[in-house]
Design a protein around this ligand. Sequence first.
Ligand code: G3H
Ligand code: 13P
Ligand code: ZN
Length: 332
Amino acid sequence: MPLVSMRQLLDEAAAGGYGVGAFNVNNMEQIQAVMEAAQNTRSPVIIQASRGAREYTNDRFLIHLMRAAAELYPDVPVALHQDHGNSPETCFSAIEQGFTSVMMDGSLLADGKTPSDFEYNVEVTSAVVERAHALGVTVEGELGTLGGIEDGHGSGETHLTDPDQAVEFVERTGIDALAVAIGTSHGAYKFTSPPTGEVLAMNLIQEIHEKLPTTHLVMHGSSSVPKSLVDTINEFGGEIRPTWGVPVEEIQLGIRHGVRKINVDTDARLAMTGAIRRVLTEKPEEFDPRKYLTPARDAMRAVYEERMTQFGQAGHAGDYEPKTLEEMRDSY
Ligand code: G3H
Ligand code: 13P
Ligand code: ZN
């Protein structure tokens, strides 16, 4: 099956009342782990690459790995998405490479750090929508800013999404999906105690969904940072401080109120790191990369399978025939 449109995946998820995990990848093992998990759970799935991932992997390696994934797992509908495009040019280059979906993150200026103003966001996002939709490619926009700067994304300040502004933003830009800021941040250190409604504003999702019932909502910074994964890293010499992520039940609540795409990167990073640390600690004589990358891949697959089941996408891979990008273009 060719790489499919993210819009179709999200439309189907809305019709079926489930969410779709969007998993960040930087290498072959991560792609293999996501695809294996999707096949095992019969899930449609979104694979996404940040600008940093594209630079690390190299676009040509990445696109050929993704084409191999689509070829080797013909029963898995998979979309390839640019995560946090910082400018229209980044989104356009992703489209040229063969990405079937892009995020124009105009909530920040092109430096990926400075919060922008609303008019700038509307302008850059609209420019991407115009070009992308003419090719059948999906566009995600973002309104409001996430907290957290430790991974190089975000302003470090949190500006929660304003529901009325969200309506104007969606109407003026024509985006397919809207990333909302509700108090989450990227990386492992999201909350210093289990999050309450004071720091994780799930009520906002409900309010935005009531005003925009047909817009697919996206939750960024949605790793749950399970204690077991953190403990494994620390048991084998790591130093991750006590921390809390987004509880899966909160994500499931969001899914009941219009959340269709859930971004998860950190949980897989933690799983991979813990598995590698375990092998290198328990067998210090080991130096064959396959001996630690195989358990690392298995540990990530287990996380992806668990999330696919929890988000409800499991079992839905065969529900529909993927549309071509030409068909998607004609639908806009
Ligand atoms: O947006 C955040 C993702 O976790 C990607 O992070 O820029 O370090 O690849 P990255
Ligand atoms: P996490 O750091 O919570 O995994 O979030 C990833 C993300 O939002 C990518 O865009
Ligand atoms: Zn993000």
